[in-house]
Design a binder for this molecule. Structure first.
Ligand SMILES: NC(=O)c1ccc[n+]([C@@H]2O[C@H](COP(=O)([O-])OP(=O)(O)OC[C@H]3O[C@@H](n4cnc5c(N)ncnc54)[C@H](OP(=O)(O)O)[C@@H]3O)[C@@H](O)[C@H]2O)c1
Length: 343
C-alpha cells in the first residue's frame, strides 16, 4: 500500500455477533483528505496512536449495546490521539494535538463533538496517559467509583480484571479514599506487579474451580464486600455474589469474559443475592457521563502531578496493519496493560 494514501480499517460485510475473527475487518486505502474537503468546524488529523479497547467489539454488534454502532463498510472507531494537520475550527488549530473518539484511519476528518480534549499544552510524557489513566478508562474509574460506589474509609472493595487499566485507576483511588482494596486477576505474575498499584490483596482466579474461587474470595475479604467493581462478569462474578455485605454496591463496569463469548452459559442468578443483601446494582457507561468530564480530568491530572496516581501500563503495538489481531488478542489475556497501536 502506498504511504501517500490514508489507510482505514472498516467493518467488513457480514457482521459477526459471536467471537471476532480477522474476517470482520477490511483494510481500505483512500486519498488523504485535503483542506478543501473540510466543512466549517471540522479538522483533519493524522492519527498518532489509538487504544485497542474491549468496547470496540461492542460497536461491531448487529444490535445497539452500550456503545455507538458501526455499520458494515464504516471505519472501526476507538479512542486515539492525533495531530491536527488542517483545520476549519478555531478551537483546534493546525499543529495542535487532540484526543478523542476517532476512526481507525491514518488520516481522518473529525467533527468537533468527537474531540474530547486538546492536549497540546500537557507535558509530552502525558500523551499516552490520555489513553489510560487520564483517558476514557481513567474517567470511567473515577466517575463510576465516586458517583455510584459511594466509597467510605474502612470499607472493602473487590475489583475484577484487576490488571485492566480501569481497575488500576479504581484501585488507586479507592486506596486514596482509605478502603481495603482486593483484586481478582489471571496470573501470579500479574499479582506480583499489581501489589504496587493500590491492591492490599489479590486472588488468581485461574487457580480455582468455582467453589474454590468462592472460598478464596471469602478468605481475601474477611469483613465481606461493600463494593464489587465488576469488569469481567460470567463465572468469576457469580463466585462473588454470596460475599456481599448488606447494602453492598455492585458496580457493573464491564464484562470481559462475555463480550467475545457466544456460549449460552447463564450461570448463577443474582435475584436472591440482591434481595437478601439489599444490593444497589448500577450499570454505567462513561460515554454518557460527559457532564463530569472536565472536573474528572482536573482531579486526575492533579493526582498524577502529585504522584498519587501512577501511569497505566502500556503494551505498544507497531504497524497499523496489526490493529485487528491486537483486538482479537485482547480477549485472550495476551496483554498486561493497555494495548496501544502506534501508527
Ligand atoms: N462502563 C464503562 O464506561 C467502561 C469504560 C471503560 C472500560 N470499561 C470496561 O472495563 C473493563 C476493563 O477495561 P480496560 O479498558 O481497562 O481493559 P484492559 O486494560 O484492556 O484490560 C483487560 C483485562 O481484562 C481481562 N481479560 C482479558 N481477556 C479476558 C477474558 N477472555 N475473560 C476474562 N477476562 C479477560 C484481563 O485482566 P485479568 O488478567 O486481571 O483478569 C485484562 O488485563 C472492560 O470490561 C471494559 O469493557 C467500561
Amino acid at each position: 500500500m502506498s504511504s501517500s494514501k490514508s489507510k482505514t480499517w472498516v467493518l467488513a460485510e457480514g457482521k459477526d455477533v459471536g467471537e471476532l475473527t480477522l474476517n470482520n475487518f477490511k483494510l481500505e486505502e483512500r486519498e488523504i483528505p485535503k483542506e478543501d474537503n473540510l466543512k466549517n468546524g471540522e479538522i483533519l488529523i493524522k492519527l498518532e496512536r489509538t487504544a485497542i479497547e474491549p468496547f470496540i467489539k461492542e460497536t461491531m454488534k448487529n444490535t445497539k449495546g452500550f456503545a455507538p454502532v458501526t455499520k458494515p463498510g464504516d471505519p472501526i472507531q476507538g479512542f486515539g490521539i492525533g495531530q491536527v494537520i488542517e483545520s476549519k475550527n478555531s478551537k483546534y488549530p493546525k499543529g495542535n494535538v487532540v484526543w478523542g473518539f476517532f476512526p481507525w484511519s491514518t488520516y481522518a476528518i473529525i467533527q468537533e463533538q468527537s474531540v474530547w480534549s486538546d492536549i497540546t499544552n500537557y507535558p509530552k510524557e502525558y500523551r499516552s496517559d490520555f489513553l489510560t489513566n487520564l483517558g476514557m478508562p481513567g474517567m470511567a474509574g473515577y466517575i463510576g467509583l465516586m458517583k455510584y460506589g459511594n466509597p467510605k474509609p474502612g470499607e472493602t472493595i473487590l475489583i475484577s480484571s484487576a490488571s485492566s487499566t480501569v481497575a488500576s485507576v479504581v484501585a488507586q483511588i479507592a486506596k486514596l479514599k482509605g478502603l481495603n482494596v482486593v483484586g481478582l486477576t489471571s496470573s501470579d505474575e500479574r499479582i506480583r506487579e499489581l501489589k504496587n498499584l493500590g491492591f492490599d490483596a489479590l486472588v488468581n482466579y485461574k487457580k480455582y474451580d468455582l467453589n474454590g474461587l468462592s472460598r478464596a474470595i471469602k478468605d481475601a475479604t474477611p469483613k465481606g464486600i461493600d463494593i464489587y467493581w465488576d469488569n469481567v462478569g460470567g463465572d468469576v462474578s457469580d463466585s462473588v455474589l454470596p460475599h456481599f455485605n448488606d447494602q453492598g454496591r455492585f458496580i457493573i463496569c464491564g464484562a470481559m469474559s462475555m463480550y467475545n463469548d457466544p456460549s449460552t452459559n447463564k450461570g448463577e442468578r443474582i435475584y436472591l443475592h440482591a434481595l437478601d443483601k439489599q444490593l444497589n446494582l448500577k450499570g454505567f457507561v462513561v460515554l454518557y457521563e460527559t457532564a463530569h468530564f472536565s472536573e474528572t480530568l482536573k482531579q486526575l491530572v492533579e493526582w498524577k502531578k502529585a504522584g498519587k496516581i501512577k501511569s497505566g501500563r502500556i503494551q505498544e503495538i507497531n504497524g497499523f496493519e496489526n490493529a485487528p489481531q491486537a483486538l482479537l488478542d485482547l480477549f485472550h489475556h495476551k496483554f498486561f496493560g493497555k494495548p496501544v497501536m502506534i501508527v
